[in-house]
Design a protein around this ligand. Structure first.
Ligand code: NAD
Length: 483
């Protein structure tokens, strides 16, 4: 199956790219041609922002009833649901994550988010009356305006939906800029929302590179930037937004610690921890990649982890048994392989992995890195401080719980983390001391509808849940006198 997207979705219509540019998408597992997509340039971004601005200011969507907006989002969710199998294949073809992960997470999660925000927006208490005895005001919540949503490649449909669903539910108009690596599946959102009755102008989808992205961030017609990506880009975006006090939410990088306690049962830990470390072939912001272990159990845990990593099936992500597929691009593969060498040079031991995995000839053109374990890692090393974004884990020993917490917190990131212990109260106590936006006890998944986001350089603001909806609202007080 190949997908051709020769046009951009600007203001609800398919139009040729003024830039004249396009990108070829290759299957990261094989190098085979997957499709191509038009890429937006600055003139295309200008057209998309103009359409969003005009639609927002006209009130065609912002002024529609929450009930109507909710119906459109639910209809779009229905339409995406009908295409679920095809979308899972499309995501795995352009991203390379295992097909089971596309089927269980990348496709159902955005559909669930659309429904969640459709329901939340319909029942949301937008107006509240407050009085002080002498005066009365209405405190009202309004859509923030035109939203620039900028997304990375590791969640081709889910990250765009995490921004578009709450923004549209709130009544905003949206210019969504996906990256050139994964520009194909995201258009399913355009197809679904258009068919569901979203008015023209309210949504544009304009895949583009960094230059066009920076132009979008700088655009005076944009009221809010919702960004997911690297902390380096996030800093530039926050600085650019400061020039006009544009609103920003940033979902950035991570270097999460998995704190394995002295009483942890490895037979329970390993099967739960590995999927959390190798999610999207290790290309997940919340990947648990620093494994903090009690020094007395270091050898035992390193041996067990290495054995478990060797047992992970590496291969064609379209096969249901594959646990680790390729990285998204040659550049990313080289970057990750470079980090393994950096680790070696810093004095870490490559216990398993490194180099290239042995694979069948049809995968010779793929961008694979085998699951890799670094031991003898000190938290000051670059491989412990920098986001590798590949299937590479580092084991770091600690002496006592206080040191475990100190190492977990000795990071410029603060996105996620996990605590592994037979004693739930002890695990909860440690979780409360970890300075990150999310922590899992013994690998339990985050409850749906709870906030996602980071402390420190992992970001600002939250997505998901009601917090992710409020991020698209402005608060206004209207003094109505003594009514
Ligand atoms: P990236 O920052 O290079 O790019 C992300 C997006 O921003 C792309 O669309 C890119 O074109 C655009 N971009 C880059 N520089 C820009 C600029 N100056 N102005 C405007 N747009 C710009 O990130 P990446 O390598 O594509 O993605 C991986 C990163 O994303 C990792 O650091 C990962 O942790 C992070 N991430 C975070 C979350 C989260 O929710 N916290 C989720 C997924 C990924």
């Amino acid at each position: 199956m190949t997908t051709e997207r020769p046009e951009l979705f600007v203001g609800g219509r398919w139009v040729p790219a003024r830039s004249g540019e396009s990108v070829t998408v290759r299957n990261p597992a094989t190098g085979a041609y997957v499709g191509s997509a038009a890429l937006a340039g600055v003139a295309d971004i200008d057209a998309a922002v103009a359409a969003a601005r005009a639609s927002f200011d006209s009130g065609v969507w912002a002024g529609a009833s929450p009930r109507h907006r909710s119906q459109v989002l639910h209809k779009a969710a229905d339409l995406l649901e009908k295409r679920a199998p095809e979308l899972a294949v499309s995501i795995t073809s352009e991203l390379g994550c295992p097909i089971w992960f596309s089927e269980r997470a990348h496709v159902p999660n955005p559909i669930r988010q659309l429904r969640f925000y459709a329901d939340l927006a319909q029942d949301f208490p937008y107006d509240e009356v407050r009085a002080d005895g002498a005066n009365t005001s209405i405190v009202t919540q309004e859509p923030v305006g035109v939203v620039a949503a900028i997304t990375p490649w590791n969640g081709p449909l889910s990250t765009p939906t995490l921004k578009t669903a709450p923004a549209l539910a709130a009544g905003c108009s949206v210019v969504l800029k996906p990256p050139p690596e994964t520009p194909l599946t995201v258009y399913a959102l355009a197809d679904a929302l258009r068919e569901a009755g979203l008015p023209e102008g309210v949504l544009s989808i304009v895949p583009a590179g960094r230059e066009a992205g920076a132009h979008l961030v700088d655009h005076p017609g944009v009221d809010k930037i919702a960004f997911t990506g690297s902390s380096a880009a996030g800093k530039k975006i926050m600085a650019a937004a400061a020039a006009r006090i544009a609103r920003v939410t940033l979902e950035l990088g991570g270097k999460s610690a998995a704190v394995v306690c002295a009483d942890a049962d490895l037979d329970a830990v390993l099967p739960a921890l590995l999927p959390m470390a190798l999610m999207v072939n290790g290309q997940a912001c919340i990947a648990q990649t620093r494994v903090l272990v009690p020094r007395a159990r270091e050898t035992e845990i390193v041996d067990a982890l290495a054995g478990a990593l060797r047992g992970q099936r590496v291969g064609d992500p379209m096969e249901p048994e594959t646990m680790v597929g390729p990285l998204v691009s040659e550049r990313q593969r080289d970057r990750v392989a470079g980090y393994v060498e950096t680790g070696r040079a810093e004095g870490a031991r490559v216990v398993t992995g490194g180099g290239r995995p042995v694979l069948p000839p049809e995968l010779a053109g793929g961008w694979f890195v085998p699951p890799t374990l670094l031991a003898g890692v000190d938290n000051a090393m670059r491989v412990a401080q920098e986001e590798i974004f590949g299937p590479v884990l580092a084991v770091i020993p600690y002496d006592g719980e206080d040191e475990a917490v100190a190492i977990a917190n000795d990071s410029r990131y603060g996105l996620s983390g996990s605590v592994w212990s037979a004693d739930e109260d002890r695990a909860l106590g440690i979780a409360r001391r970890i300075r990150t936006g999310m922590v899992s006890l013994n690998g339990r998944p985050q409850a749906f509808g709870t906030p996602f986001g980071g402390y420190k350089e992992s970001g600002i603001g939250r997505e998901m849940g009601p917090e992710g909806f409020r991020a698209y609202l402005e608060t206004k007080s209207i003094a109505v006198g003594d009514r």
